[in-house]
Each structure stands twice: as structure tokens, then as C-alpha cells.
Design a protein around this ligand. Structure first.
Ligand SMILES: O=C(COP(=O)(O)O)NO
Length: 250
């Protein structure tokens, strides 16, 4: 499986930061005392990956927040997996709800992106999650399984994938899923993998939760059997709070 730790915590900085604010954040992360059994990845905007990579402790790996679906070329505004590899970026977040519901990427396109990135030796944080209206109409599992199938139909293996369950209604809203709500979906995802991929993948893959995680709610979420870490947005922009969340999983 991707990485060596039993746990995994990612920081998704989204479209945030300046050279100065990122320099402060990196300095806070460098001074954080991070437990050994957790793989930690931060995902700056593309423009700041080089600055972060050259100044951040190698205890923390770098992720991009997206990449193109194939080889680079005449695709204005896109960044290819080869280019991420070229600058030493090890991970990429794919299928984030803001790419699905703001930019309009569909399941199949995201699955193909994941396959291409993996084939270029870039590890993937594969995001899934339902809209509020899908949850309220009892479609949570249908939506998540459909998104999972789109990855399964394309990826060469699950070895270098971490799955992030991020209910869209919890992202950036302060309305975090309850530990029970998150555990229910994480357990169902693991069962789906056992039935549709393999028992080995189901038991070893990290399934992380994202959606309004912070220093106050991380401990209760981390106690859940099938929550192997977090994908943190807003709180990852505050070094000390992100470090607290990282250490809550071990
Ligand atoms: O989008 C998220 C979560 O964002 P928040 O923690 O700000 O809800 N992770 O990728």
C-alpha cells in the first residue's frame, strides 16, 4: 500500500496562500512533532509546490490538487502527471468534490485521470462523497459506490491509492459528519472493496475522512474503526492545528 504508515493525513490547501503565508505555515509544520505511524501529505496550489518542497521537512510529502487526464501538450491551463513527477511531487488529489461539482468532472474522467497518474508513478488520493440532497434521499451508498466503480474500472492497481470520503455537505461548512455517519460509510466502502476488488486491498487501504475536520472534532472521529486518517481543508492552513489533527489518528 501507498506509504508505510497505518494512518494517513492530508492537508488540502486549495486555492489559498501567498509566498509569505506559506512560508509561515511551512515553518510551523517543520517545528511540529509528528507521530511516526502516520503518513502526512500537504497539497499547496501548483504555484507554490516548489517553494514548499524546497523548505518543508521530508517527513511530509507533497501532493498536487489535480492533474491532466493524459500526456501533456496543447491543453492550456493544465498540469500533467509527468510534470508533477518532474518536480518531485509524489501525490495528487483526484475527484475532489470541488472538481466534480464546481468544474464538472465526471466519474469516468476522474477514473481515467487516476489511472494515468498512477501509471506515471504519482500516488492518488481518490475522493468520493455525496451531496446533501443525495444523502437526504438515501442515495449515499449508491453515489459513493458509483464513484468507487469508476476508479476500479480504470486504475491498474489499488496499491498507491488512499480513498478520501468527503461528504460534500460537510466540506467547508463547519457541519462535520458525526463519527457514526462517517464510520457507516467508511465501513461500507471497505465492504465494497472486499466484494469488488479483493479482501487484501479492503483490509490494507487507508480510508480517510474529510469535511470540516478540526482540532476539536478529530479525536472522536479518529476513534472509529474504519477511519484511517483525514483530508483536511481549512484547518490545514493553521500549522499547529493541523499537527494536532495529524497526531490524533495514532
Ligand atoms: O475539502 C476538504 C475538506 O475541507 P474542510 O476541512 O475545509 O471542510 N478536503 O479536501
Amino acid at each position: 500500500m501507498a506509504g508505510t504508515g497505518k494512518f494517513f493525513v492530508g492537508g488540502n490547501w486549495k486555492c489559498n496562500g501567498t509566498k509569505d503565508s506559506i512560508s509561515t505555515l511551512v515553518s510551523d509544520l517543520n517545528s511540529a512533532n509528528i507521530e511516526s505511524d502516520v503518513d502526512v501529505v500537504v497539497s499547496p496550489p501548483y504555484l507554490y509546490i516548489d517553494q514548499v518542497k524546497s523548505s518543508l521537512t521530508d517527513r511530509i510529502e507533497i501532493s498536487a490538487q489535480n492533474c491532466w487526464v493524459g500526456k501533456g501538450g496543447a491543453y492550456t491551463g493544465e498540469i500533467s502527471a509527468e510534470q508533477l513527477k518532474d518536480i518531485g511531487c509524489k501525490w495528487v488529489i483526484l475527484g475532489h468534490s470541488e472538481r466534480r461539482h464546481v468544474i464538472g468532472e465526471n466519474d469516468e474522467f476522474i477514473g481515467k485521470k487516476a489511472a494515468y497518474a498512477l501509471n506515471q508513478d504519482i500516488k492518488v488520493i481518490a475522493c468520493i462523497g455525496e451531496l446533501l440532497e443525495e444523502r437526504e434521499s438515501g442515495k449515499t451508498f449508491d453515489v459513493c459506490f458509483k464513484q468507487l466503480k469508476a476508479f476500479a474500472d480504470s486504475v491498474p492497481s489499488w496499491e498507491n491509492i488512499v480513498i478520501a470520503y468527503e461528504p460534500v455537505w460537510a466540506i467547508g461548512t463547519g457541519k462535520v459528519a458525526t463519527p457514526e455517519q462517517a464510520q457507516e460509510v467508511h465501513s461500507a466502502v471497505r465492504d465494497w472493496l472486499k466484494k469488488n476488488v479483493s479482501a487484501e486491498v479492503a483490509s490494507s487501504i487507508r480510508i480517510i475522512y474529510g469535511g470540516s475536520v478540526n482540532g476539536s472534532n478529530c479525536d472522536e472521529l479518529a476513534k472509529q474503526e474504519d477511519i484511517d486518517g483525514f483530508l483536511v481543508g481549512g484547518a490545514s492552513l493553521k500549522g499547529p492545528e493541523f499537527a494536532k489533527i495529524v497526531n490524533s489518528v495514532t
